[in-house]
Each structure stands twice: as structure tokens, then as C-alpha cells.
Ligand binder design. Structure first.
Ligand SMILES: *[C@@H]1O[C@H](CO)[C@@H](O)[C@H](O)[C@H]1NC(C)=O
Length: 264
């Protein structure tokens, strides 16, 4: 029910329809699978984080029928070949930067470009059509990689923050939540307006404390460790700096398979 304040503003003809979107709670259990084989859809978790493009609609619909919330993953800061809209990003050479180290075929995107922002807005539209509850936009820290993404001038932290603000405003206007992905340097300035953070390997790197501002803001930290790189399960599951995080352990990094090892 709208609050009295909203009703009175509406009565005055001043208010936009009040915005609301999915905001996950601290500590919710989750699953993350970025391969197309999602595995069981009825795990005892509240949230599934899955690929926006490769996940069939029927999978998303089934997850919803089980009461799950669905976060849709896409790369917001790199060009990947073989996505349905990949060609859109290669239309202007100034939009494409350096090759991304470690991920052959991926290239940094000029997140200062309105063309790139518009491609991502269309991805957010796709997420809405697919009924995603939230977004997991990856690779938003070009400023911190491959010499600022290989652009001249190099991408900056402020570019990332401005970009995330644009994506968040758009996602929220469509009723979806949106999080940060890794990019610890962005935490202080984004934990105010983003709805969660997805972190990989903060126990392994001893940097879980960096992500605590989200917990302090009553927003979840969705946390992944990779067992082949961080084999000590006691450590993975009992880091005091990761208290309250939603932790999953995956066998290895790769493409983030369905295999799930939990702490409990
Ligand atoms: C970037 O990667 C492509 C293959 O994806 C390769 O052909 C090209 O030479 C690379 N460019 C640089 C500057 O390394």
C-alpha cells in the first residue's frame, strides 16, 4: 500500500510513481552458475545468479515458481564475442580498448561512451523482459586493469562510478536491483546506491573487510571462494571479516559451474 506521504504527493500531482525494486537481505543463501547447465533449481537458497543470455526463460520461470529471486549476470565493462548484441559494441573503434588479460577474446569497453551505455540499457531491458529481479554487471573496474582498459585517456575510478550510477538509475527505474562486482576500490562510493556486492576470493586475498560497508548499509555481500585456490574450508567459512556474507565455495574459477559447496 502506498504510504500516506506518497498518496498526498500524488494528490498534489507532484510525485512520480514511487520506485521500488528487489533489495536482498544480508546473509541470504545463494547459488551462482554462469554455465548454461544450471543444475538443480530447488536448492535451499533464496537467490540464483545466472547468465542473462544463455539461461532459458523456462529456467527463470521455474526458479520464480520455487520462490527464488533471480539475478542476471552480464559483462557491463567488456566486449565478449558471441553475445547476441556483440556487433553493436564494435561499431565505433573508440569504444573498444585493450584485450582483457586472462580472458581471450574479451576487450575493455569505453564506459564513457553513450553508445556503450545504450547497449547496456538494452541489456537491462532484456533482463526486464526475462523477469530478472536484479542485475550482476561484471567488469566495471577497467580503470584498475590493463592500463585503464587501454584507453587514452585511461579510464578512471570516477568513470566507473558515473557509469554505475547510470546503470543503477536505469535498473531501478525498471524495478530491478543492481550490484557491484568485485572492484573493492569502488565500495566506498557505490555502497550508497548499489543494492549488493558480488565478491570473488576476498578470503584468499585477505580483503573481505573492504566489502563490509555493504553489510553496514544492510546490503548483502554475495561471496565466492574457489576451492582449488583456497582449499582451507575452515578459513573460507570463518573469516571474521566475512561475518554475515553469503558465502559459496566453487571448485574452481573457470566458467562458474553448478557444483556448490556450502559452509554449513
Ligand atoms: C587482442 O586479441 C586478439 C585475439 O582476440 C588478437 O588477434 C590481437 O592481436 C590482440 N591484440 C593485442 C594488442 O594484443
Amino acid at each position: 500500500m502506498p504510504s500516506i506521504a506518497v498518496i498526498s504527493l500524488l494528490a498534489l500531482g507532484l510525485a512520480q510513481p514511487s520506485l521500488s525494486w528487489y533489495q536482498a537481505q544480508v546473509g541470504v543463501p545463494w547459488q551462482v552458475v554462469l554455465e548454461s547447465d544450471i543444475g538443480p533449481l530447488d536448492l535451499p537458497v533464496d537467490v540464483y545468479d545466472i547468465d542473462l543470455f544463455t539461461t532459458p526463460q523456462a529456467t527463470i520461470d521455474t526458479l520464480h515458481s520455487y520462490g527464488k529471486r533471480v539475478l542476471c549476470y552480464f559483462s557491463a565493462g567488456t566486449y565478449e564475442p558471441n553475445r547476441p548484441d556483440s556487433d553493436e559494441m564494435h561499431k565505433n573503434p573508440s569504444d573498444i580498448g585493450a584485450n582483457m588479460t586472462g580472458w581471450p577474446g574479451e576487450q575493455w569497453l569505453n564506459i564513457r561512451s553513450d553508445r556503450i551505455v545504450n547497449v547496456m540499457k538494452k541489456r537491462i531491458d532484456t533482463a526486464l523482459e526475462k523477469n530478472c529481479d536484479g542485475l550482476d554487471p561484471d567488469n566495471v573496474d577497467g580503470y584498475d586493469n590493463d592500463k585503464g582498459g587501454g584507453f587514452k585517456p585511461a579510464l578512471t575510478m570516477d568513470d566507473s562510478i558515473a557509469y554505475l550510477q547510470k546503470l543503477a538509475t536505469y535498473a531501478h527505474s525498471k524495478g530491478m536491483g543492481i550490484g557491484l562486482k568485485n572492484a573493492g576500490g569502488l565500495v566506498p562510493k557505490t555502497s550508497t546506491f548499489l543494492d549488493w556486492v558480488v565478491n570473488e576470493q576476498c578470503v584468499q586475498y585477505g580483503e573481505c573487510g573492504t566489502f563490509r560497508p555493504f553489510i553496514d548499509a544492510k546490503k548483502p555481500v554475495f561471496h565466492i571462494e574457489y576451492k582449488n585456490q583456497s582449499p582451507d574450508m575452515k578459513k573460507n567459512c570463518n573469516d571474521p571479516d566475512a561475518k554475515g556474507f553469503s558465502t559459496v565455495i566453487k571448485p574452481d574459477e573457470g566458467s562458474i559451474p553448478k557444483d556448490l559447496i556450502t559452509c554449513s
